[in-house]
Design a protein around this ligand. Structure first.
Ligand SMILES: Cc1ncc(COP(=O)(O)O)c(C=O)c1O
Length: 387
């Protein structure tokens, strides 16, 4: 890599850039997680987390990656052999259902082209046909980080309601929480899964599940998958006193407190609008270059990242390599079946107009240096929109 001054541009769609305020908040002595100061921190943190999820119900925080929170959502609500319905929106929807299969769940995956969100009509059809209510949960990735496509959760909720189907609705918001409008309670979601390393502007290391009353009931009355570390019951009991039944990630929780304060200062609706605006400016750039945005439905463009499809015969990873070598910027690679075909621009978390301008300038120069035939006006198109 070329030696450069200035900061690395970390423009993958998570982990995202951690604000200095959050870094400073984490650089504090680790305290006794069974002492009074820690209990005070937790009693302050847990209620402050609710608004970010759009919930007044419990949010369980794990020292884990997002994958751990995926597992927690399943083992706390389902039993061996239970059927779960999912939509193949991309790489992460696929990985979640593979994990479900390894836990002994029976997955019905509605095939997809990785350019659209979960189809409410297809889900509705499956639910209506399931008159015996064998399907116990519908699993959806709100924002597919591999494709830059957002699924329309209120329409999926309506599909469950209009079929009068009792399945739980489990939603992965790992790359949408605190970036794209999301409402756990209002949208009738039963378990919302999240992670620390994207919209929450923290390093990786915290996993979250927000839990509805219905999910808690399923957890207590019916769920029979083996669970130990992920079990909500002892965690919720300990949380009541401000504690955890294991050693929590104390310093990440300091960071979380600071990140939540930053989000509250900006206001969540302003945070969502900022992400939408940067996403629109990014699409303006991509289209001006004469390239294609992977997301194929105008209603489903992601606010937090944009996947850029390269013309046949061009290697997206070669473009990423040039950009890393020359401009010290990391972009997201193509995952699964999109390997080599797309690169992904993360525009989420701690990010502003000039971060976007710099990011798009690096992408434009990198495309040109890598020999991808583009029209040159992309950056200007984005700047026009930002002005
Ligand atoms: C939508 C989505 N779900 C799940 C995951 C997996 O999370 P983790 O890598 O933190 O385990 C990711 C990671 O990027 C993701 O973007």
């Amino acid at each position: 890599m070329a030696a450069t001054g200035g900061r690395h541009f970390l423009q993958i769609p998570g982990p995202t850039n951690v604000p200095d305020r959050v870094l400073r908040a984490m650089a504090a002595p680790t305290i006794d997680h069974r002492g009074p100061e820690f209990a005070e921190l937790v009693r302050e943190l847990l209620p402050a987390l609710g608004p970010v999820f759009g919930t007044t119900r419990p949010v369980v925080v794990y020292p884990s990656s997002g994958t751990g929170a995926w597992e927690a959502a399943l083992v706390n609500t389902l039993s061996p052999g239970d059927r779960v319905l999912a939509s193949e929106t991309g790489h992460f929807a696929t990985l979640w259902t593979e994990l479900a299969g390894r836990l002994g769940l029976d997955v019905d995956m509605i095939p997809g082209d990785w350019r659209h969100g979960a189809d409410p009509a297809a889900i509705s059809e499956r639910l209506r046909a399931d008159t015996g209510h064998a399907i116990k949960a519908v699993c959806v990735v709100h924002n597919e980080t591999s494709t830059g496509v957002t699924s329309r959760i209120p329409e999926l909720r309506a599909a469950l309601d209009s079929a009068a189907h009792p399945a739980l609705l489990l939603v992965d918001t790992i790359s949408s929480l605190a970036s794209i409008d999301y409402r756990h309670d209002e949208w009738g979601v039963d378990v919302t899964v999240a992670g620390s390393q994207k919209g929450l502007m923290l390093p990786p290391g915290l996993g979250f599940t927000a839990v509805s009353d219905k999910a808690l009931h399923a957890h207590r009355e019916t769920a029979g998958l083996p669970r130990a570390y992920w079990d909500w019951t002892p965690i919720l009991a300990a949380n009541g006193g401000g504690y955890y039944p294991y050693t929590p990630a104390t310093n990440l929780l300091y960071g979380l407190r600071e990140a939540l304060a930053m989000l509250a200062e900006e206001g969540l609706s302003a945070v969502f609008a900022r992400h939408q605006r940067h996403a629109a400016a990014t699409r303006a750039a991509v289209r001006s270059w004469g390239l294609e945005v992977l997301c194929a439905d105008e209603r489903e463009h992601s606010g937090s990242l944009t996947a850029v499809l390269l013309p046949e015969g061009q290697d997206a990873d070669a473009v990423r390599r040039v950009i890393l070598d020359r401009f010290d910027m990391s972009l997201g690679t193509g995952l699964g079946r999109l390997a080599g075909k797309v690169f992904r621009i993360g525009h989420l978390g701690h990010f502003n107009d000039l971060s976007l301008a710099g990011t798009l300038a690096g992408v434009q120069m990198g495309l040109q240096l890598a020999g991808v035939p583009i029209k040159p006006g992309g950056v200007e198109a984005a700047l026009e929109l930002l002005k």
